[in-house]
Each structure stands twice: as C-alpha cells, then as structure tokens.
Design a protein around this ligand. Structure first.
Ligand code: DGJ
Length: 751
C-alpha cells in the first residue's frame, strides 16, 4: 500500500520503495507538511517533525491558544496569504464583498487505486496503465463561510520516485468568486540549502542550464508570453549545492502545461523555502460561478538522491511511458529530411522530388514538407490562415500528387502547418479580422508579420479543424509538423465578457488542446506530430502529450550550439522527444563550419533527420550520411528507449559527453564532443555510466576490450595522444576529439 492514513495522529504518509511524503491535518483543520524526500520507515507518529512549540516575537497566531500553529512557521501544503502567513500563497480568491480571506480546512479524504484523469478531461496529465501502478490521495478542504471546496490531489507511482500534484476549486456556494491565483502545488522545505536549477534561453538558444543559490526573498521562473516559451521552460529543480550529475539530492518540478506558467521560490526569515508552481497569476483571473469547477494543470515532482542523472532518467521514463499516450508511446519516429534549411520558400515539386529521391536512396524514410506549400507563401509576409494548396509550386495534384510520388519511391510525406497564425494578407483575415487576438481600439502588434487566431473562440477552432481535416484527408500524410511562430500580444477576446478577460490566456491553451485532441482522434493512431514553436518555444510536457512523440528542439542546427541545448533539454525530456537534424556548413544560424561527422554525431542522439540538399554534397559526404543512417537505424531502439546519462568531463563546457545504455545494459553508445582544440592537452578521462561492472565490453569500432568496471570506475581516456598534426591531410582524415575545433567521437560498446 502506497498511502497510509493514521486516524489517531491524522497523518498521511505517501511512500513507495524510494520516497516518502508526509502531511498532517493540524488541530485547526489546516494541512501541515512534515516531510518530502528519501523514504522513511513508516511510524505511527511523525508529529515531532512539526516545528517546536514556543511563542515568537512578531508572529501572529490565528488561534491564540495554539502557539505552535502560526502559519508563519508551520510548513504548509497549500497556503493562502492573509492569515499570518505573509509569503507567496498558492491561491488567492476575491469574494463578492471585495475581501480576500478564505479559511479552507480539512473535511475528508479519499485514497483510491490508480490515477484518475484530471476532472476537466482536456488538460494533459500523466497516467497509470492499471490501478496497481500507484494510488491517488484526494483531500477535500472546505471554506465554511462561502461553501467553496478545494480538492488537493496527490498520485504516487509504486515503482518510480514520482508524485504528481494538482488542485481543483469547486464553487458550491451561492455567489460567483474570482480566482486571482490557482497554483497547482506548493511545497515547503525546512532549509534554504539549495540551488535553483532552471532552463533559460531565447530563440535559437533554448534550455541552457542555469543555477543560482537561494537567497532570502523571491526567485521566479515564469512565462507570460502565452506559451511556455523559449525564455524559460516550465521545469525547475531544487538541488543541494553539492549535488552533481551522479550524487546528491535534487527535487524536480515539471508543469504539464503549454501556456503562461510560474515557478516561484521564496526563502523566508526563518530560512524556510517555499516553491509554488502552476499557471502564472500575472494577468490571470477566473470567474467561478456557483456549481462550476476550476482544475489546475498537473505538476510532476521527482526526487533523486543520486544526482541529476537519476532525476532525468525518472522524467524520461515517465514521459516516454506514461505521458505519451498508450497508442503512441511505442512509435519509432522515421529518419526524416525536412526541406526548410535546404530550400526555405524557394521550391517547386521538381526540386522537392530531387531532394527526396536522393534522400530515399540513402535510407531516409520520411520527407517533411515545411513552410511554403500553400497559396501566397513565397516569404513569411503572407498566406497563413487560408491553407489552400499552391498549385504553382505543386502543379501535379498538389500535396496528394506529391505524396503519391513519394509513395512510389518508398518515402512517406510529412506536412508543416502553423494553424494558430494568420497573415494580414490572407482571405481569412479579410473575411474575419475579428478572429485575430486584439484589444478593441488598440494597435495590433505583429510578430513575424502575422497575428494569432483567437483560440478561445469555438468558431475559429472549428474553422481550423475543418481546414486541416481537408488537407490531411486529401493525401497520404503520416507526419504533422505543428509550428507556432510568435507569442500573444494584446490579450483579449470578444467572446469573453469584460470581467472574464483574465481567463483569456488559459482559455487559449484549452482551445489549442481541444483542437489537438479532436485532430488526434481523427488521425490514424500511427500519425506522428512534431510540435514546434520557432524551435523550442513550446517544448513542454503539455505539447508532448498532445503532439507526440517529439518536438523540434531548436531552430539552431549548429552542432556545437546544440550540445548545450540538447544537454539542457535532456534534464527533463527524453532524447526520443528531441528532433535533431544535420544541416549544412557553414551553419545558417551561427555561420560556424563544423565537420559533417560532428554534425552527425550530435544529431544522432535524438530523433534523427536532415535539413539539407544531399544533391549538393560530395560523394564522400553522401557516403558518410548513408553510413550514419544505417548506424542510426541499428541504434534507433537504443536511442529511443534506452537510458540516457550525461557524463562528467574535466574540461567543463569545452567538452560534452553523454551516453545511452540499453535496458539490459549490454549495449551502449557514447558521444564525446570537444568545442575548441587545445595544443598538447592534458589527458581527459571520462567515466562511463550504467554498464554491468562484471562484463567485458568490446568497442565495436576499434575492437578493443574493456571491463564494465574499468569503463565506469577508471574511465576512458581522450586527448591522450597529444596529437602532432603536421599536415592538413592527416588532420582532415580524422574527427578524433582534439583534431581541430568542433570534433567528436562516437563509441559503440557491446558486452
Ligand atoms: C520555424 C520553425 O522552427 C522552422 O523549423 C520552420 O518550420 C519555420 N518556422 C518555417 O516558417
């Protein structure tokens, strides 16, 4: 049994083989938090984990008789502001009389096997395959003055160090209340001895790992762009300062949501840390009428006592197996070629078929036709929103004609769309300017020359559904690339009353999810959806749920820049979810020239593909690409479903190393990358992970043999030779780490 309730001490202990989470119903009915972390043996009474009872100066006590119960001191499960707890609350409610005080106290709880769907049925969430995989605790809290009900939900997986949390408000009262803030969770820690780890960035430099020590006051990671954003990913972790990739404690928090979010960490005057996470309350409000329900998105909490790698491996496993739906979770994405960087808007059927047929000859399986296949789309200034096929570019039967020709050469077709956007120069905009997100009487801000459609309006969602259905019904399309290239401005909808405009941002995401849900049900089960928002602008678990199994990681295809992006992304997301393509050199985003082998070695640790015209490459490079596809296909199952390890290197950011091991640990593939060459370098030793210590592994490429124990405890040596390159030919012949800048080596090990 995972969840234990002690009627006498009023304690609830959620536990499995590795973690414990303990909470207590306090004498005044409030929910106190006692512990979260490494498993504790169950005891009948954990109340000694409450802070000691003594009065403190300048502390207010809601119940003067109970001096241990100041909310300023007690750790709490889902705190409100205003009743002696002055820190960031998890929720805030405006009542009809203008007051903000609520007093939710414990009413009852249920413990059930398995994990139910979130009540609104549309918010994405992790699931359990069967009731035996875990249990769910739901605690009912009631505010007696208004009759409002609050349900706090906790699901614990039996075999994973995972607890998911969400909350739900039900208005059983007689008057409408205004939710001003409704976080998914809150968690109090006893100390501030943590570093905040976040994934920050910008377009083309997404998900860079950033760490900062906690300090008193607030540290926030958030998005108010209407999408989870390039700038901040909806993932944070609190790690102990000594935590490394492979040792030490870390708590991860990942929000299954694609819109505005906030993770806020506060350290109070007693050095206690509070983390809240959920929909960003900035510009948020929600009118909850009598008998209505507001469901928050889910936060997935992962605990690891073995460093960041273990945390990531847990997220990878959970998101691969229990976030991506059962019908999609075993899909093996094809090796693809996407024409974007090869042609941009400048293509016709002939050009596409030339690219596709050479690609088919060397083993590429799917051709993804990117932006520009529809009328009025020769640059990014027009055409979005009408979705009429451009028969000038595709004169022989349009998309269907192209898919038939691709079928004949054994290639499947994928098609790019950007269904949330509309160009000013488009028929739909001329007919329905009111469908665009805008504030009456104000300027409409353009982004990439386009507007966003108001997805809170069901007519808009229906229009897009019908348009897309027609396109996808009309041709044999097996892959959808779903793009979105700007963020929301002037948030407002004509479909909402004045006092409901604060609901806009969340309703937009609900509209998006409902469209994706409807389309997914219509598409055949093997349909692959690649989500994209100018690269990783909406790389989040919500999109992974609705657009499985992958996302375009970044518009930056430069191999060296990608090392940081893919490494950061791997903190929370499985390799299988990262679209990674080999593109031309010099690279289009940074102008860097990187050897083809390095580009291959970086991109093949993900969902592999290309964005280049193979016809423009020399024979040697084509052969190299062909070999890489063969190698990838051999390793595809390993890359898609194996265990990923980030490896520690002595040379810091100049050298990146990672590896994948098979489930039975007998096969491994290791990637090692060096940015800048160092003359006469000290040798670098990299310790591998996840092997069987007692087994002998053969390096498949060199035929040398090493013990699994030796590879993990002593490590592999690189840069050992102190290469002395005297002639250019010798230098060009190798891609060994150290042989010039931007080099790489991939090692395949077999037990
Ligand atoms: C942004 C995407 O990230 C690119 O891959 C490409 O699809 C362009 N949009 C097309 O406009």
């Amino acid at each position: 049994m995972s969840i234990k309730y002690n009627e006498t001490t009023k304690e609830l202990h959620l536990t499995n083989h590795s973690i414990s989470y303990i909470l207590k119903i306090l004498p005044d009915g409030q929910l106190g938090h006692l512990y979260y972390g490494m498993k504790l043996s169950h005891r009948e009474d954990f109340s000694h984990l409450l802070p000691p009872l003594h009065e403190r100066a300048y502390v207010c006590y809601p119940n003067d008789a109970n001096k241990d119960l100041s909310y300023d001191i007690v750790k709490r499960e889902y705190p409100e502001y205003g009743r002696s707890d002055y820190h960031e609350g998890a929720f805030s409610i405006n009542h009809e009389n203008g007051s903000i005080i609520t007093d939710f106290s414990y009413d009852s709880h249920t413990i059930e096997e398995g994990k139910p769907l979130l009540v609104d049925g549309i918010l994405p969430a992790t699931y359990m395959d069967s009731d035996s995989e875990g249990q769910t605790l739901e605690i009912k809290m009631v505010d007696n003055v208004t009759g409002l009900e609050l349900y706090l939900s906790y699901s614990i997986y039996e075999s994973l160090p995972v607890i998911t949390r969400s909350s739900k408000f039900v208005n059983t009262g007689k008057t409408t209340v205004g939710l001003q803030k409704a976080m998914s969770m809150s968690l109090d820690f006893e100390s501030m001895d943590f570093e905040l780890l976040q994934l920050s960035g910008a377009w083309a430099r997404e998900n860079h790992m950033e760490m900062s020590p906690l300090r008193h006051g607030h540290q926030s990671v958030s998005s108010s762009r209407g999408a989870s954003s390039h700038q901040s990913n909806p993932f944070v972790a609190l790690k102990s300062p000594s935590c490394t990739e492979n040792s030490g404690e870390v708590y991860g928090f990942s929000l299954v949501y694609s819109g505005n979010f906030k993770a806020d960490v506060t350290v109070n005057h007693y050095n206690q840390t509070r983390l809240i996470m959920g929909i960003n309350d900035h510009n948020f409000s929600w009118q909850l009428k009598p008998s209505e329900v507001f469901q928050t998105p889910e936060v997935v909490m992962v605990y690891s006592d073995m460093g960041l790698n273990q945390m990531s491996q847990t997220y990878h496993h959970l998101y691969r197996e229990r976030l991506i739906s059962k019908t999609k979770r075993n899909i093996m994405p094809p090796v693809l070629i996407n024409n974007w960087e090869a042609t941009y808007f400048d293509f016709d059927e002939d050009k596409l078929l030339k690219i596709a047929s050479t690609a088919a000859e060397i083993g590429v399986e799917t051709f993804v036709l990117d932006d520009g296949w529809f009328e009025n789309r020769n640059d990014d200034k027009s055409g979005l929103g009408d979705w009429n096929i451009d028969y000038n570019k595709l004169p022989n039967g349009g998309v269907k004609g192209l898919s038939d020709k691709l079928d004949a050469i054994g290639m499947k077709l994928g098609l790019w769309v950007e269904p949330e956007s509309v160009s000013e120069i488009s028929t739909v905009y001329q007919l329905h300017p009111e469908w665009v997100i805008q504030t009456p009487g104000r300027n409409k801000t353009l982004g990439r020359n386009q507007y966003l459609l108001d997805y809170t309006n069901p007519d808009v969602v229906d229009y897009i559904y019908n348009k897309l259905s027609k396109i996808y019904d009309g041709a044999n399309i097996t892959y959808v690339k779903w793009d979105m290239n700007r963020n929301i401005t002037e948030p407002y909808s004509k479909t909402l009353q004045a006092h409901r405009q604060g609901e806009f941002m969340h309703r937009y995401i609900l509209g998006l999810y409902s469209l994706l849900d409807k389309l997914t049900k219509k598409f055949p089960p093997e349909m692959i959806i690649e989500s994209c928002a100018g690269g990783g602008g909406r790389f989040d678990p919500g999109m992974l749920y609705y657009a499985p199994p992958l996302a375009w990681t970044s518009d930056n295809t430069d191999a060296i820049a990608r090392l940081q992006i893919q490494k950061g992304t791997s903190l929370c997301y499985p390799l299988r979810s990262m679209g990674c393509h080999v593109s031309m050199a010099p690279n289009h985003q940074v102008g860097r020239y990187t050897k083809l082998q390095t580009r291959i070695d970086v991109a093949s640790f993900g969902a592999y593909g290309f964005q280049l015209d193979i016809n423009k490459m020399n024979e040697e490079d084509v052969t190299r690409i062909k070999e890489s596809i063969l190698r990838y296909k051999e390793m595809r199952e390993l890359i898609q479903f194996g265990q990923f390890h980030r490896l520690e290197t002595e040379s810091g950011d100049n050298m990146t190393a990672w590896m994948m091991t098979s489930k039975d640990k007998t096969i491994a593939v290791v990637g090692i990358y060096q940015a800048l060459a160092i003359a006469n370098p000290p040798k670098s030793i990299i310790r591998l992970q996840g092997l069987l210590p007692e087994k002998i592994y053969k390096n498949v490429l060199t035929d040398t043999q090493h013990g699994g124990d030796e590879l993990m405890y002593r490590g592999l040596t690189f840069n050992d030779a102190g290469h002395y390159y005297v002639n250019e030919d010798a230098l060009l012949a190798t891609n060994q780490v150290g042989a010039g800048d931007f080099t790489s080596e991939v090692i395949i090990l077999q037990a």
